[in-house]
Design a protein around this ligand. Structure first.
Ligand code: DER
Length: 242
């Protein structure tokens, strides 16, 4: 599957080039389908006698329920962000990445713990297939809007503020669809709102404006956070953007 090959190529290269087994001990593991290959790659090192004792000392910090299972499935040590508030390196996917490495994340509704981990890490690396690389501004490719985690009781107020104060084009509560009647409920028992602002020329300002709205827990705009992004192509080549 060419798309999976692209994701795997990006993830493997990112781990091989950035994970320093003698230096890194606390490793953040993101959510989504690409970061699966990051955990898989680290797990492979665990099987390799040359690295196994070093890797067995790693403690992996999850970014949600799926991420927690990914760590366990790859027989890696699971730790909590409470025990390890300072993380050496974190890997995660993204929905869209602009030319300054600003991100839209939250397609998987895990953005709060993802941002808690990514901003607690000394180094934060993005792994993605090349579809996620935006030609210019955020909001160009990812037309599902900016994911925003909100306190459930505030959803009408936040929706109104996004439309009236921040002039969002479209604002929707993320529904469970065929998986669940009613809204998606996050690992933190909150709702997700997707707000479409079209092309986002100043993601830092938009993040701040949204964050200040009463009822907003966190936004899916990750500003000045990622230091590198690996974009995988289906032919197995990988583009590194720093
Ligand atoms: O929700 C997120 O931000 C995830 O990292 C996710 O959107 C990335 O998804 P993918 O790796 O499955 O493309």
């Amino acid at each position: 599957n060419p798309l999976e090959d692209a994701k795997r190529a990006a993830a493997y290269r990112a781990v091989d080039e950035n994970l320093k087994f003698d230096e890194h001990k606390i490793v953040g593991i993101g959510s989504g389908s690409t970061v699966v290959y990051v955990a898989e790659r680290i797990g492979q090192y665990l099987q390799d006698s040359e690295y196994s004792d070093l890797v067995s000392k790693f403690v992996c910090i999850p970014t949600g329920f799926q991420s927690r299972n990914l760590i366990l499935d790859n027989k890696l040590q699971l730790g909590s962000i409470e025990q390890y508030p300072r993380i050496d390196i974190a890997f995660d996917g993204a929905d869209e990445v602009d030319e300054h490495l600003q991100l839209i994340k939250g397609g998987g509704a895990c953005l709060f713990q993802e941002k808690l981990v990514s901003t607690s890490a000394k180094t934060f690396i993005i792994v993605a297939d090349s579809r996620k690389k935006s030609p210019k501004h955020l909001g160009k490719n990812w037309r599902q809007g900016v994911p925003i985690e909100i306190v459930p009781s505030a959803y009408v107020r936040v929706k109104n503020d996004l439309l009236e104060q921040l002039h969002a084009d479209k604002v929707d509560i993320r529904q469970g669809g065929s998986a669940k009647a009613g809204p998606v409920v996050t690992d933190n028992s909150n709702f997700i709102i997707d707000a479409d602002f079209g092309e986002i020329k100043d993601p830092r300002k938009l993040h701040t404006d949204i964050k200040l709205l009463v009822g907003v827990v966190e936004t899916g705009l990750f500003i000045d956070n990622a230091s590198k992004a690996y974009f995988g192509n289906s032919d197995g080549t990988v583009e590194l953007v720093t």
